[in-house]
Design a protein. Structure first.
Length: 410
């Protein structure tokens, strides 16, 4: 028998028992589809994490007020501002790994434009904030250092405010009232999306730090040079840990904290937090793919079982072929090709179902799913391997039958 004869014989045997062949291949179909869908969903989740990292900015460290003690009573984290603008300047000037340090104050207030009003988040920042957050401009410009020094009444607005307040009007150059104080919009911010905590970064008004403290968000708690937070951007991802260590030492010295006393600030490595989330997402993807792969093993066992039954049913046919000159290798190839063909047909159907399932999850469920061509080849190749592995024993058993005994089999 030639290879073509073996292939045609295998296809004919599959067609004789179509329903049994479909049920046999069902495990392969489900396994391949599940692997593709799980990897696509995992890749979508990974993409979401990557987008969050990009939206926050890379190599970022956030310095926040810590616990303070007054009259023997210890307050909660952030109960009283302990950071200053001078702390930010010292971090930027004295820590080699720190590219930029941006002091920030934050609050909320009502924004009014014409007959429209909107409750939003107000940030008071310096020009360094733009570099720290890697925040690009859509239109207009960022405010200058002179405008910070003079507490100019200028503002930048995000996408959410533009969509809900201005209704198609170009905001640049327009006058808005923030907490009843008029501000001139000098620029609009490029979209950032949500933070990992679900906060809309585009629902914001950004004004100069001095303006926010003197006119909008000031008061006793933010008197003088006190600020709420400091955003620090390192030059490289490798330098973030060194920045954290150096900042901790520097701020303890500046705040005159004695050895053994707790810090009155705390530092959050945002890149590390998001990387941990990315790692957990990657592990979950591999776990789901491994679980889905079990279906392929089960499908392979089903193929081996059916092939053994097929060998038993076709024992006389095998004996007859051997009697007219077929060799053991011919019989082995016929049954092995039959098992592999069954696996490949199941793999093709599984790939199609996996692709449709991934698209369906993305469209209907609203969950991001990114189809990776590597996962398709991986699942399909695994299906073929399963066919060879689990089909070899039944094929070898058929090839080793004694022709005389096979012809006598009832």
């Amino acid at each position: 028998m030639t290879y073509n004869d073996s292939i045609f014989a295998a296809i004919k045997a599959i067609r004789v028992n179509v329903l049994r062949s479909v049920l046999t291949a069902l495990g392969i179909i489900i396994g391949v589809a599940a692997v593709i869908i799980m990897i696509a969903v995992g890749a979508g989740a990974q993409s979401q994490v990557d987008n969050l990292i990009k939206s926050l900015g890379s190599n970022l460290v956030l310095v926040l007020p810590g616990t303070t003690t007054s009259g023997g009573a210890r307050g909660a984290r952030g109960s009283r501002p302990t950071l200053t603008e001078d702390d930010a300047i010292a971090i930027q000037n004295e820590i080699d790994t720190a590219q930029v340090a941006a002091p920030v104050v934050r609050g909320s207030g009502q924004l009014i434009y014409g007959n429209q009003n909107w409750s939003t988040v107000i940030y008071g920042v310096t020009p360094e904030f733009k570099e720290a957050k890697e925040w690009k401009m859509k239109d207009g410009r960022w405010f200058s250092r002179d405008e910070v020094r003079s507490a100019a009444k200028v503002a930048l607005v995000g996408k959410t405010i533009i969509e809900n307040v201005f209704e198609g009007v170009d905001p640049v150059g327009e006058i808005i009232r923030v907490k009843r104080i008029p501000f001139t919009i000098i620029g609009t911010l490029a979209p950032k999306g949500e933070t990992p905590m679900g906060t809309d970064q585009d629902d914001t008004v950004i004004v100069p730090l001095s303006t926010a403290k003197k006119r909008l968000l000031g008061g006793r708690r933010l008197s003088g040079k006190l600020v709420r937070t400091i955003w620090v951007k390192s030059y490289t991802a490798e330098g973030v840990d060194e920045s954290v260590r150096a900042m901790t030492e520097l701020l303890r010295q500046r705040h005159r904290i004695q050895p053994g006393q707790p810090d009155d600030f705390y530092v959050r490595n945002l890149s590390q937090i998001l990387q941990a989330r990315a790692d957990s997402s990657r592990v979950m993807t591999l776990l789901l793919a491994a679980v889905a792969s079990v279906s392929l093993i089960v499908g392979g066992i089903g193929i081996m079982n059916i092939m053994l039954v097929s060998v038993t049913e076709r024992t006389r046919e095998i004996g007859l072929r051997m009697a007219v000159g077929a060799k053991g290798i011919d019989i082995l190839l016929q049954f092995l090709i039959e098992a592999v063909t069954l696996s490949l047909i199941g793999g093709i159907i599984g790939v199609l179902l996996g692709l449709m399932g991934s698209v369906g999850i993305a469209e209907i469920g609203g969950w991001p799913a990114i189809i990776q061509i590597e996962s398709v080849f991986l699942a399909f190749g695994f299906a073929a391997t399963v066919g060879i592995f689990f089909g070899f024993y039944p094929a070898k058993k058929a090839a080793m039958l004694d022709p005389i005994e096979a012809l006598r089999y009832e």
